[in-house]
Design a protein around this ligand. Sequence first.
Ligand code: FAD
Length: 329
Amino acid sequence: WPTKRTYWRNRQVFVRHYPTPKPNALPPFSSLPQVKIEQMLLDACKKAGVEFAWNTPVSKVKTTPDGVTVTTESEQDWTAQYVIGADGSRSTVRHALDIPMEGSRSKNSYIVVDVAEDEEHPLPLERVFYYDHPGVGRDVLFVPFVGGWRVDLQCREDDNLDAYSGIEGVRQWLPKVMDAKYVDRITWVSTYQFLQVVARNFTDTNGRVLLVGEAAHLFAPFGARGMNSGIADAVAATNAIDTALSATDAKVAHEAIEEFARIRRSAAEYNRDAAKQALAHVQKRSPIMQVKRNIAALIAPYWERAGVWLDSGPYGPRSGPTGQSAGKY
Ligand SMILES: Cc1cc2nc3c(=O)[nH]c(=O)nc-3n(C[C@H](O)[C@H](O)[C@H](O)COP(=O)(O)OP(=O)(O)OC[C@H]3O[C@@H](n4cnc5c(N)ncnc54)[C@H](O)[C@@H]3O)c2cc1C
């Protein structure tokens, strides 16, 4: 999208327009739904010759100093020298290795609603964030996606969730933040309480399983560090396994895996803290943050940096962990 805006209630405190990108260049911002990204990843894997064993969930994992045995629900055993555990937030692999998650959970809930665009009368392509939207008295984020909009309502800690999250609840509040026609265009509703957790270790005691993505960490999505850092984990894991497999010395091989675990865990802690900063900005729990936000909103018309701060706060710091070969995440 070429424009982003931030409002303080009904008053605009920040706007930035980006020039139209050159043909074949990436736009300044773009949001891809998860299904599209998964399709792209699947196509890339197939092209690289990855073989898939669909509908064969892993149920057990055992490691020894020499390798890994993965057992599926059909009691079939698969053996390998190394395994990457990428089985998401409820990771069976992580549980089998008895590696706990450490961290906290956000107290308030977030409701995410996808609506299809009215292609004949589309809204302008703008990412818009409202502090205390005048229609609902809560923060609301609108993000254009291919073919529609994602509307993110940030509930208060004491909100009765059922009143907002059920389809009837959404039908009540959605027309207060966008044209009523979108009520009949709802395609998906989901409610989240965000975990901010990192696995105690990203590998097992034998250094044979490498945890990546949400099997290893869960962050609030502010700052878009979840999948992005999962990809950085996966790159680091494959590089570590490549080094380990080509090493002639077992100690060098083990050190490559340990280094992966150390570096990616430290990156995950950084990413969790970055998401935490963004959470602190949008939550109204700290009186100091409330005062800072109020002052910034007051002076934004006279001092641009106050508006920039209000606009960027919900996404956390832009910087990335140090010492990472995989970039910002
Ligand atoms: C509202 C919201 C918005 C987000 N926005 C962003 C964003 O803008 N940018 C960003 O980078 N991230 C974002 N994220 C985070 C991102 O969606 C996740 O970090 C990412 O999808 C995690 O990928 P994953 O592959 O680790 O796990 P998953 O996507 O959960 O994949 C795990 C896979 O493992 C399989 N599996 C599970 N158990 C087993 C088993 N026992 N055996 C075999 N297979 C198994 C599952 O079927 C699944 O295919 C967002 C998250 C939320 C909730």
